[in-house]
Design a binder for this molecule. Structure first.
Ligand code: SAM
Length: 275
């Protein structure tokens, strides 16, 4: 018998993948969690029926949410990841030799445990001595820290349930305060095809808090529409001012110094969302 998994990405469109195995299903305190094997994308982490990450395409998201801000900052030492319990962002952050400490604040401990067990390629850096994993609400954690981080990345689920507050103006203000005086903030901000109102609103809110605000794009096959956005707020350093000739080759599959600036060149319909 064939088994297929469908995520309804909008009420009218979905993505469907053939499933060869179910490793784990659980109702956690926060969400429905599933870890399945798909024929096309390999192991896949699903939360509340929404694809979070897959073995085949995770590199795009995790490289792009980390290396763009980390190569914009001249000397990043202390980084906070809010969400991101799969550990992929942490794995990329630790590729930067300047990093002394990376804190992961994930609300759902089950995501971390299941990722450690079934997604070792992604979660492999969570045991590194520079990493601290804190299981709590990222909103509360950020409010309680001031002037501490060089980079804060918000690697969240969609803006539903516990992640709603991660897309709010008050949260961006707390992030500004938790960053050092030259800190950078980046968040995943959904699809320009399906979440255009959200992108416009979030960009406007981040722009009201940070002197430099930029949107950039990348292509992720398992995310709604395949085109994904990130919004970056910076106190001092502009990703478009980086001398990309000086960016060293890293062990990456999507990010390089050659695409660092090009991802900020937006299609006209996306430019219109952030005008
Ligand atoms: N790359 C993914 C995507 O865009 O689909 C996100 C991956 S990561 C698994 C998202 C994580 O954010 C989830 O594990 C979820 O539990 C966590 N999360 C949601 N709200 C949170 C909050 N308020 N504080 C900390 N973590 C939160």
């Amino acid at each position: 018998m064939e088994l297929w998994y469908t995520e309804k990405q909008t009420p009218n469109v979905g993505i469907t993948c053939k499933v060869s195995k179910t490793y784990h299903t659980e109702k956690t305190d926060y969400q429905d969690l599933a870890l399945i094997e798909t024929e096309q994308f390999g192991r896949m982490l699903v939360l509340d029926g929404t694809v979070q990450t897959t073995i085949k395409d995770e590199f795009v998201y995790h490289e792009m949410i980390t290396h763009i801000p980390l190569f914009t900052h001249p000397n990043p030492k202390k980084v906070l990841v809010v969400g991101g319990g799969d550990g992929g962002a942490i794995r990329e952050i630790l590729k930067h030799p300047t990093i002394e400490k990376a804190v992961l604040v994930e609300i759902d401990g089950s995501v971390v445990e299941v990722s450690k067990k079934y997604l070792p390629e992604i979660s492999c850096a969570l045991e590194d001595s520079r990493v601290e994993v804190v299981i709590t609400d990222g909103i509360k954690y950020v409010q309680e820290h001031k002037n501490e981080f060089d980079l804060i990345t918000v690697d969240s689920t969609d803006p539903v349930g516990p992640a709603v507050g991660l897309f709010a103006l008050d949260f961006y203000k707390s992030i500004f305060e938790a960053l050092k005086e030259d800190g950078i903030f980046v968040a995943q901000t959904e699809s320009p095809f399906y979440n255009n109102d959200l992108i416009s609103r979030v960009f406007k809110d981040i722009k009201s808090v940070f002197p430099i605000t930029r949107l950039y794009l990348c292509s992720i096959p398992t995310y709604p529409s395949g085109l994904w956005s990130f919004t970056l707020g910076s106190k001092k350093y502009d990703p478009l001012e980086v001398d990309t000739g000086k960016i060293p080759e890293l062990d990456t599959k999507y990010y390089s110094g050659r695409i660092h600036k090009s991802v900020f060149a937006l299609p006209k319909f996306v430019e219109d969302l952030v005008k």
